[in-house]
Write a new protein. Structure first.
Length: 201
């Protein structure tokens, strides 16, 4: 496995923004308008409960200037299913004037965006153990990036994984991106695939 073996961007976005500092609680700022009127400011609410899952919630305006939100479960707190977060638990959006709420449902994979790697005759999922870190990388007037870090045990040695969720005003969907770094395991030590991002089930 190459040290930087895989990157996924769905869909591609341009990272162009004026950065703003982050403070605890709710982060607010002015946002660029994708239409002929200003959209509501992006908000980040940290450490809230979503059906018992401790999460950081991102609220932004989509391409029609309608509100959307995504709740990302923290990977340093055990969740109600006995796992360790690092995934999207709840996604809320507008569909032709109707608010739709999408929640993870299964106990095995309780959300979207998990890392699952198969090797030998078994597999490893990123929510199986506490994560190696989480942070809001930055929050601007109309965008933000959330980061999860995990150390994966893939049999041949440890692999460090970094997942980024990117949210931007004027864009309907977030970008999910992952980088795998196998250098902690040493050269030619890891033989595994990746089936990320894993969907809820």
């Amino acid at each position: 496995m190459h040290p930087l073996c895989r990157l996924k961007l769905l869909p591609p976005l341009i990272l162009a923004a004026f950065l703003a500092p982050i403070s605890p609680g709710v982060v607010r700022g002015q946002v660029a308008a994708p239409l002929d009127r200003p959209c509501a400011a992006m908000e980040i609410t940290q450490g809230i409960g979503v059906d018992g899952f401790v999460s950081d919630k991102y609220l932004w305006s989509d391409g029609a200037c309608h509100p959307r939100s995504a709740a990302l479960v923290r990977n340093d707190v055990q969740d109600p299913t006995g796992h360790w977060g690092g995934y999207l638990r709840q996604y809320v959006y507008d569909a032709d004037g109707t608010t739709r709420v999408v929640n993870g449902s299964g106990d095995r994979y309780p959300g979207f965006g998990l890392l699952v790697n198969h090797f030998a005759d078994t597999y490893y999922a990123s929510h199986s153990a506490p994560g190696a870190g989480r942070s809001i990388v930055f929050a601007g007037r109309h965008h933000a990036i959330h980061e999860f870090k995990s150390r994966l045990n893939l049999g041949g040695g440890p692999v460090d994984a970094t997942v980024h969720w990117f949210f931007a005003t004027g864009r309907d969907h977030p970008v999910w991106a992952v980088t795998f770094d196998s250098s902690p395991a040493g050269p030619n030590a890891v033989q595994a695939d990746t089936r990320a991002p894993r969907t809820a089930s």
